[in-house]
Design a protein around this ligand. Structure first.
Ligand code: AMP
Length: 218
């Protein structure tokens, strides 16, 4: 199973990507997570990327394409993957098509998540991430422990620096200007599956499972 999760920030891509990766025993490849890991390690790339991410901008295409080429060509992605956060520009989409050609990948689906901007701003304002396992939670809709920790593992929860309201607005602008048009590139190939991201995590997950089963049915 090869899936590309597409949609604005805060639409639920990361959460659903983790569930789908588990369902199919394939890796969740999140370009945002990879950049944040580099930033936490303090590598040169990480430091540069952190400044760009905190400004709500996109990391240059050549850097991102290099990262994705390497990870998709590695053995861990050989049996499939859930790609989350890439492509974000038409340039990246075209480069990904080339990478797929090189790797002889013909079959894949693009799950296009849709949620309106107001809901995204609301969600990102209350999004928390577990420092231990990267689980994504919401301080308004998820039951946290009494001392405000991760209900699954007790890990410390934090807000991403780029989830501050002014950065969220910038990220949404960038999404509409540079990323949203990319879906037309995939619509032309008939690989897009639209997903209504407004429902709860469980409902969206179930809907995707049904959609994927239908697609795989002979
Ligand atoms: P995400 O976790 O997917 O929301 O990504 C967080 C940030 O990482 C984005 O706002 C960008 O600054 C950067 N980033 C992640 N993926 C890409 C990409 N494919 N192209 C450019 N920048 C990216």
């Amino acid at each position: 199973m090869r899936l590309i999760l597409f949609g604005p920030p805060g639409v639920g891509k990361g959460t659903q990507a983790k569930l789908l990766a588990q369902d199919h025993s394939i890796p969740h490849i999140s370009t945002g997570d990879m950049l944040r890991a580099s930033a936490a390690e303090g590598t040169e790339l990480g430091k540069k990327a952190k400044a760009i991410m905190d400004a709500g901008q996109l990391v240059p295409d050549d850097v991102m394409i290099g990262i994705v080429r390497e990870v998709l060509g590695s053995p861990r992605a050989a049996r499939g993957f859930v790609l989350d956060g890439f492509p974000r520009t038409l340039e990246q989409a075209k480069a990904l098509a080339k990478i797929f050609q090189e790797l002889k990948i013909a079959a894949y689906w693009v799950l296009n998540f849709e949620v309106d901007d107001e809901e995204i701003i609301r969600r990102l304002g209350s999004r928390l991430v577990c420092r231990t396992e990267g689980r994504i939670l919401n301080r308004e809709t998820d039951a946290l422990t009494p001392d405000g920790r991760c209900p699954e593992c007790g890990g410390e929860l934090f807000q991403r620096d780029d989830d501050r309201p002014e950065t969220v607005r910038k990220r949404l602008q960038v999404y509409h200007a540079q990323t949203a048009p990319v879906i037309e590139f995939y619509r032309a190939s008939g690989v897009v599956v639209d997903v209504d991201g407004t429902n709860s995590v469980d409902v969206v997950h179930r809907e995707i499972r049904v959609l994927l089963e239908d697609l795989q049915a002979p």
